[in-house]
Structures are given as C-alpha cells and as structure tokens.
Design a protein around this ligand. Structure first.
Ligand SMILES: Cc1cc2nc3c(=O)[nH]c(=O)nc-3n(C[C@H](O)[C@H](O)[C@H](O)COP(=O)(O)OP(=O)(O)OC[C@H]3O[C@@H](n4cnc5c(N)ncnc54)[C@H](O)[C@@H]3O)c2cc1C
Length: 386
C-alpha cells in the first residue's frame, strides 16, 4: 500500500471538520464529569476514521499507520482528547498481524461497522509495573478454555469497550528459557467476562482516561480466543506496542501544535506594558524553540510510521518518535502555560486540561527512562542496566 499525500490532506480536512462540531467546552465538561465522549466516538467510527486500519475486505478503510497517525494528530490538534478512543487503532497492530482467519472474520466487520468496540489493552500490573515480563496474571489451560487469575491496573476504557486484548503468563517465568517466553495474548469478550470472573474498579485520576483496576478470579476464556501462538504473546503485544508508540507520538505532535498555536494567538493579543507580550523575545524565543522541536519530532514520527507500514523493523524509531514527540508536547504545554500567565490556570482557556493530558506521555504507555535505556542498549551497545 503506497502513501497518498492528497488522500492524507483530504482525511485531515474531514477529521478537522468533524472535530470542530465538538468544541473545547464539550471536552471540558467531560473532563469535569469523568464522562465518556460516546457521540464523538460513534461519529468517528461511522466516518471510518477509527477503523482506518481495518482492511477493506473486512469493511474498513485499509489504510496504514501513517494515515492513522494523521487522524489522531488532527484530533489532538483540535483540542479534543484522543485518549478516549485511540486504542482501537493501536490494538489493531496486534490483532491484524496475529489474529487467525476465524478471529478476523468474527470481529473485524463488526468493529468496522461500530457494532463492537475494541478499545482496551490489558498489560500493566500493580506489583510489577514496567518490568512487564514478571507479570503474575496466569492463564492455565483447562479443557477447551483458559482459566485466568490475577490483577491488572490502569487499564483504560474497559467500561467503554466490548473487547480487550489481554497479556497473561501461560508458563511460569522460572520454567522459561528467556523471560519474554511463556506469555500469551487473548481476546477477552468483556460483555461476557465482567461479573463472571472479572471485576472492574474505576480509578480516580488526574485526567479523564477511564482507567480501571481489574481483578481476575477464575475467568474462563475460550481457547479459540488465544491471539497468536501460546507462549508467543510478547511478540503479539510488541507489534501493538510499536503501533501504539507511533500513534501516541502523533497525538503528542497534535498537542504540541495546539499549544503553540494557542500561545502564539494569545501572545499577539495580550497587551501588557503597552504592547503585545509576543513582542518580547522572552515570550517569542521559547515558542520558536518549541516549534522547531515539534517539527523535528514530527519527521521522526513519520519515519517510524513509514517503516511500520513497510513491514520493516521499527522498534528503535517508534521509541525515539514517542520520546521526542512527548518531550515536544510537554515543552510546548509548559510554554503555553507560561505565555498565558495566570489565565493558564483558568479552565475557560482549556490549556490546563491539555497540559494535564499531555503529561501522561512522559509515563505511559512506556516511561521516558525505559525508552532511554532501550535506545542506549540497542543503538549504543551499552550494557543492560536492569
Ligand atoms: C492514565 C493512564 C492510563 C493507562 N492506560 C493503560 C492501559 O490502557 N493498559 C495498560 O496496560 N497500562 C496502562 N497504563 C499503565 C502505564 O503503561 C504504566 O503506568 C507505565 O508503563 C509505567 O509503569 P508503572 O506506573 O508501574 O511505573 P514503574 O514501573 O513503577 O516506574 C516508576 C518510575 O520509575 C522509573 N523506572 C522504573 N524502572 C527503572 C529503571 N530500571 N531505570 C530507570 N528508571 C526506572 C520509571 O521510568 C518511572 O518513572 C496507564 C497508565 C496511566 C497513568
């Protein structure tokens, strides 16, 4: 599939037009009430944007990660909070590459039509955190099912999704030759699971991300829901993770451009000491630096997305893209706060909400330190530090 620049421009225009109908007050209200943007997500799905990665044969648009990245960047740029719906895109990386023909035929057409939501990705655990392979949630084969016991934390949108891709151990780590072995991925049907072995506890948090604690107590999942081969779940999830890093990076680029535009507009209008504050280099220079930083990061995001679409190895590029874009959005958010002075703290200006939202990407889905250690080890050949 080749990248069509004109199509991308057209898609971006359409996404921007759709987002414009949901102004920033819509997102502010949801933030205040911990609400979920059901109408927005439905409209994005019906328009085909959230199903962009699903092949045309299954009713989707059959586009690549580059186009998906453009869609999420536009959503962020509009002032919206793509965290409410982005998982449908990045979970696709795992499902499309590793799903069996039966699984794809069963789920994809319904997801493409918006009849099924695949918005949840369950990896993180409370006692092991970034040390993913040490996870304790176990899935033990029991006849034609797997019996799952354990706990997950921070799993987002569970209450607003029908399906979840779950990572669990099927072989204890002590019995594996390497720590990434013995993990398996499953498609969990949340409509059947919740209340039947899976309980969900919402977490009150700094941003409106609908994250929950999950408790698995003899949850039975049909063996046919295994995604990829048993014991090879780490690879399945990794394909989703590279897509996730690239898509989150694109959201950060959208956030950075949003902050830079808001701050520049404000700096042109706000008059103090008899002139616009933007006439002062103390205000101009940080904004100019943020723009340069954002445009550089955007190039790396595009490079990683192109490699992903070509089916080439892109782990290092995807991680670099996430690191650089998250730094750019955080710097732009901080600069936008400084430019707005005291008004930055007023909810009416929306900056503080986006500032909180973009802060997440220094920590999740992978923290900055973990990316730096990955790059140091992989690209610089330095010894593993943990
Ligand atoms: C709002 C939100 C939504 C989320 N949604 C999901 C989701 O949908 N699905 C999901 O599976 N997870 C989700 N997460 C979890 C997220 O991926 C984790 O929080 C993240 O990976 C970090 O893990 P941790 O919180 O356990 O931090 P820890 O692993 O405890 O790390 C804490 C700090 O120590 C640092 N650190 C740890 N080890 C080292 C080391 N060796 N060297 C240097 N520094 C180190 C880390 O960089 C970090 O800064 C979400 C989290 C949040 C906050």
């Amino acid at each position: 599939m080749s990248f069509d620049k004109d199509l991308m421009i057209e898609i971006r225009r359409s996404v921007a037009a759709l987002c414009e109908q949901y102004g920033e007050d819509y997102w502010r209200k949801l933030d205040e009430t911990s609400g979920y943007p059901t109408e927005f997500v439905s409209e994005m799905t019906e328009a085909g944007f959230l199903t962009a990665l699903i092949p045309e044969a299954h009713g989707g648009m059959g586009l690549g990660i580059r186009e998906a990245a453009g869609i999420l960047e536009e959503v962020s740029l509009s002032g919206a909070h793509p965290g409410a719906c982005h998982a449908q895109m990045y979970v696709m990386g795992s499902v499309l590459r590793h799903g069996s023909v039966e699984q794809l035929e069963k789920y994809m057409p319904q997801i493409a039509k918006g009849e099924l939501r695949l918005q949840s990705f369950g990896v993180t655990e409370p006692t092991t955190g970034s040390d993913t392979t040490k996870m304790k949630t176990m899935a033990v084969k029991d006849g034609d099912k797997y019996r799952i016991n354990g706990q997950k934390v921070w799993i987002s949108r569970v209450e607003h999704s029908d399906l979840m891709v779950l990572l669990a151990r099927t072989t204890p780590i002590e019995d594996c030759t390497k720590k990434t072995a013995g993990l398996s991925a499953f498609i969990v049907d949340l409509r059947e699971a919740v209340g039947n072995g899976l309980s969900v506890q919402p977490i009150e948090a700094m941003i409106n991300h609908h994250s929950c604690e999950l408790f698995f107590d003899d949850l039975m999942v049909p063996a046919e829901n295994l995604l990829g081969n048993e014991g090879e779940g780490f690879k399945v999830i990794l394909d989703g993770m590279n897509a996730e890093r690239i898509l989150i990076a694109a959201e950060c680029i959208g956030d950075a451009r949003y902050f830079i535009k808001k701050a520049s507009d404000y700096a042109r209008d706000r008059v103090v000491f008899g002139r616009p504050i933007g006439a002062n280099q103390g205000i101009q220079f940080p904004l100019a630096r943020c723009l340069a930083q954002t445009e550089a990061a955007a190039l790396v995001v595009d490079k990683a997305a192109a490699l992903f679409d070509e089916g080439q190895s892109c782990g290092v590029e995807a991680n670099m893209a996430k690191l650089l874009a998250a730094d750019a959005s955080w710097a732009a958010g901080d600069t936008a706060m400084q430019t707005h002075g005291g008004f930055a703290f007023s909810k009416d200006y929306h900056i503080e909400r986006k500032f909180r939202e973009t802060r997440l990407y220094q920590i999740a889905p992978i923290s900055t330190n973990l990316i730096l250690s990955f790059i140091a080890e992989r690209e610089l050949g330095l010894p593993r530090s943990f």
